[in-house]
Design a protein around this ligand. Structure first.
Ligand code: DGT
Ligand code: CA
Ligand code: CA
Length: 582
């Protein structure tokens, strides 16, 4: 159990208590505890394993909280949170996912207006019943309706970043069973899609029962939804998730399929998908006089290939295609031309060019961020706190920014093993000017320009803002281009063509923001940018030391876009990267 998962439980508990109308002091205590645990460098699990008494040495954690943390680690559940979930309907908790609607507002919707489902909420917003409440404007009803619409689109899909660690653990457990020969992920979770609808695991075993029984009796399994001779579908208990909208209310489901070892490759190819990719593979098979299904590739009754995936592809005259790009976009074309890219890997990343410190809304100091970056083997980073427009995050004006840089310059001298760039995440204002003067930006080592506000402006205006930023000679990179938040809000409407063309012309880099709720650029736009030769930078946008660990999700995004190390600028050495900057 990660610190973030435990912190997430305490933060969920604080939210639910606030909805219930509990004592403000108690709520604050849990919220503070959550923040403390989240920014802790040492693993709570390790502390408890060594000596649970040491929990009380964490600032702000007293006897009562220490015991709760210990029990959470030992049982996998925070008991008070489970009790609160019994009291508050799941849909009421989901209302928290609507941007701009926090626990205070949900408390009113639930306790004053007695809204207990999302349908009731929608109806109340449509009929104007909500704006009659104190503290609610007409605009809030609009926000609620838009939020609900977006939530519906997300459905019950889960972020890959939440699903993957869970399903990887399950694969490991199944692989340990004596009767199981091979185990592999399948479906969207194998293709590393940014969100997954359900989990798919494929097992090769001579006797299917052992794996199926293991899963049926697993402590995380809530219910066996269906069981056949070779397949089983289960629903898990909702597990502590810290990112996917819906809090810990989405119960994940999983398909387990058990096949004999001799058809493992064919089954894996079939169940990995995507459906669109499979339509094309089947078509290619039949053009060659074969039949392809989950049991194998056949000529009449004769099995031509079935044990390994690569044999199936070879039989239809293709090299093995990495699962990430199996989406029937251009992978068949690349495969035929022998141009399947060598997809970028986490180990190739040398720099991280987007992160925050306590100077604005980060939770770690400059020193802490530098040390955490060194621990993660990074050779160069840029510290890029917010500019003044982001008042909520205590954004920096020119004076404070210069002092901050001065501070960074003196601190970085103590760390010769890493190069630290003085950066800024500068807002592109609604009127298309930048939040800081050129004079200041000129002094930066690295300038990120981003949209935070006015994301709903018309396409022309948004595009104009981006083009102005790109033309500014001091801007090096555009951060999280569209500003989308998965499951919460769509990105701004942009003329991607114009923006990418300008970026290519002016030598401005484009970011893949690796945060699991952003992953912005998406795979299609990242592939477009690559086509135009725009160097892409994959950044964590870390707001804490552990925030640096989300790099992996950005790498997956880049892989799905078909990017190799040569397309990703932060695989360069520090020296090469500096040369690339204008
Ligand atoms: P998801 O779960 O919505 O994130 O997406 P997938 O791709 O994991 O879809 P899922 O779980 O329904 O099925 C897993 C794979 O199994 C899918 O990618 C391809 C294969 N598959 C399932 N049903 C069909 C089907 O009706 N036709 C074909 N061609 N393939 C299928
Ligand atoms: Ca699936
Ligand atoms: Ca499935």
């Amino acid at each position: 159990m990660t610190n973030a998962a435990i912190a997430g439980m305490f933060s969920d508990l604080a939210d639910l208590l606030e909805i219930e109308g509990a004592n403000a002091f108690r709520i604050r205590a849990y919220r503070n505890a959550s923040r403390t645990l989240d920014s802790l460098t040492d693993s709570l699990e390790a502390i408890v394993a060594e000596d649970p008494g040491k929990l009380m040495q964490i600032p702000g954690i007293g006897k009562d909280l220490a015991l709760k943390i210990q029990l959470t680690i030992e049982t996998g559940q925070l008991e008070q949170l489970e009790q609160m979930k019994e009291k508050i309907p799941p849909d009421v908790v989901r209302m928290l996912c609507i941007p701009g609607i926090g626990p205070k507002k949900v408390a009113v919707l639930f306790r004053k207006l007695h809204l207990t489902t999302l349908d009731q909420l929608k109806h109340a917003a449509q009929t104007g019943a909500i704006s009659q409440q104190k503290g609610f404007a007409k605009k809030t009803e609009q926000i609620i309706l838009e939020g609900l619409e977006h939530l519906e689109q997300m459905g019950l899909r889960m972020f890959l970043a939440d699903a993957k660690p869970f399903v990887d653990q399950m694969v490991q457990e199944l692989a340990g069973l004596t009767g199981v020969d091979r185990v592999c992920l399948a479906g969207s979770v194998r293709r590393l899609k940014e969100t997954v609808g359900d989990l798919d695991i494929l097992v090769a075993a001579s006797a299917p029962d052992q794996a199926m029984d293991y899963l049926a009796n697993h402590p995380q399994t809530d219910k066996v939804l269906a069981r056949g001779e070779t397949k089983q579908r289960v629903r898990f208990h909702p597990f502590a998730r810290t990112i996917t909208p819906g809090g810990s209310q989405v119960a994940m489901e999983m398909d387990l399929r058990v096949v004999p070892e001799e058809s493992f490759g064919a089954a894996l190819q079939y169940f990995t998908g995507s459906k669109e990719h499979n339509i094309e593979t089947r078509k290619r098979a039949s053009q060659r006089g074969f039949k392809l299904n989950e049991y194998g590739l056949f000529r009449g009754e004769e099995v031509v290939a079935s044990v390994e995936e690569k044999d199936i592809y070879a039989a239809i005259d293709l090299p093995w295609i990495p699962p990430e790009i199996r989406q029937d976009r251009n992978e068949f074309h690349l495969a035929e031309a022998g141009e399947i890219p060598d997809l970028v890997e986490l180990g190739q990343i040398r720099g991280d060019l987007h992160m925050h410190t306590t100077a604005t809304d980060g939770r770690a100091t400059i020193e802490e961020m530098i040390e955490a970056a060194i621990e993660r083997k990074l050779k160069y980073i840029a510290i890029t706190d917010h500019s003044k427009r982001v008042t909520m995050a205590n954004g920096l004006d020119a004076t404070r920014l210069r002092a901050h840089w001065e501070n960074i310059r003196s601190i970085r001298e103590q760390y010769p093993e890493i190069e630290v760039l003085c950066g800024i995440e500068c807002d592109i204002l609604e009127d298309a000017t930048l939040d800081l003067d050129d004079e200041v930006l000129a002094e930066a080592d690295f300038v990120i320009a981003v949209l935070h506000y006015g994301l709903k402006q018309p396409k022309d205006q948004i595009t104009k803002r981006l083009l102005n930023a790109i033309k500014n000679p001091h801007v090096h990179m555009i951060g999280h281009l569209t500003g989308r938040l998965l499951g919460k809000r769509p990105g701004a409407e942009i003329s991607f063509e114009d923006v990418f063309k300008a970026a290519a012309d002016h030598g401005v880099l484009m970011e893949i923001n690796a945060h699991p709720s952003r992953l912005d650029l998406n795979e299609i736009h990242a592939a477009q940018a690559k086509e135009l030769g725009i160097p892409i930078v994959i950044n964590t946008d870390a707001h804490s030391t552990t925030g640096l660990d989300v790099m992996q999700w950005g790498i997956y995004q880049a892989r799905r876009a078909g990017l190799s190390a040569k397309d990703v600028a932060n695989t360069l050495t520090a020296k090469q990267f500096r040369k690339l900057l204008r």
